[in-house]
Design a protein around this ligand. Sequence first.
Ligand SMILES: Nc1ncnc2c1ncn2[C@@H]1O[C@H](COP(=O)(O)OP(=O)(O)OP(=O)(O)O)[C@@H](O)[C@H]1O
Ligand SMILES: [Mg+2]
Length: 342
Amino acid sequence: MSPTILNVVSGKGGTGKTLLACVLADMLGNAADSRTVVVDLDFFVRGLTSLLYFHQDEKLEITGGDVVTVAHFFAKKQAVPISNLAVLKYRSFDVVPAVDRIDERLNFDDIGPNTQEEARRILSSLIRSLGNQYSYIILDSRAGYDELVSAAHELSRASICVEEQDPISRITSENLISQLSADSRVPVFRLVNKVRGIRSVTDFRSGSQSVTDLGLIPFDMDILSSFGMHSFWDTVAGSLYRWALAKSWNVLSAKLQLKTELQMPRVSPVVDERAESILGFLGTKERVLFAYGALLGVLGIGYGFVGREVLLALREDPTRAASIAIGIAGITLATFASFKKR
Ligand SMILES: Nc1ncnc2c1ncn2[C@@H]1O[C@H](COP(=O)(O)OP(=O)(O)OP(=O)(O)O)[C@@H](O)[C@H]1O
Ligand SMILES: [Mg+2]
């Protein structure tokens, strides 16, 4: 079965393509029968390869060994598939890095394809070098438009244009979409990222959308500040961001009749993968029962141990009772903060 190729684009930079490509690839990689690879086509900005750099304990050397990265594949104007394309494992998916070293300097004249035809030829041989082992190939394209973005679009099943809510972002994405649509009949879908004011799953309107809209992805401050850090994937797990992305994927999957539907992930109030894995076996109803059960347990056992006299004494001494209540609140906060930190 040949892979489904999806191209992630944007009119202006920094809208969230790379983050989205990674989180989506991780969800797909964890789903049954959907091996996924992400190709860093943005060899100058190389956001995806930077994520690998942080993952590999900040070693400047990304690949090592006799393998060919995207930039070198293009520099050699490689027109036939090769067996030593650099493919690195990252969590549940694979990555084709843009460069060998994260600080590698490149000469645009050597690398950037001169014509759309040349870009299409080289990119298609790079894709063929990946073989048929993948269900999904996600292309992390550069922001804006050039020969390579256009070639990536033409070779894909669809392009996903990530935009933000501001008017400049909207105009740049409309311009890009009209250019890509003139190049080829491959569909372009729009995804609005970093949407403010969405705090829970109930904030997602189920109103009518245009046929090319995939939905809204909320702005998440914790994701922004942890991108690239060790805590990043813990932050993503259980986030509304991941939930919204799974929802948008399922919209895309239905429109394109793809074979993978993602399970809607649980949105965790604890926002910690380890805590979530402990609580994971409990549904919302069970969590509420668990909380009441724990409260009754503490009160019952507490009363059993300290006895009626102590409780009555507390009634006589409200300052002491308030102090105990503050103490319990403090311990609860500290426990919560330490869970979040981990
Ligand atoms: N929904 C979101 N909420 C909060 N921060 C986000 C969100 N999406 C992306 N970001 C942050 O925005 C910044 C840019 O994201 P990213 O690098 O994925 O964008 P990009 O479109 O790939 O950029 P470039 O055009 O430079 O390749 C990152 O710091 C990322 O963590
Ligand atoms: Mg990027």
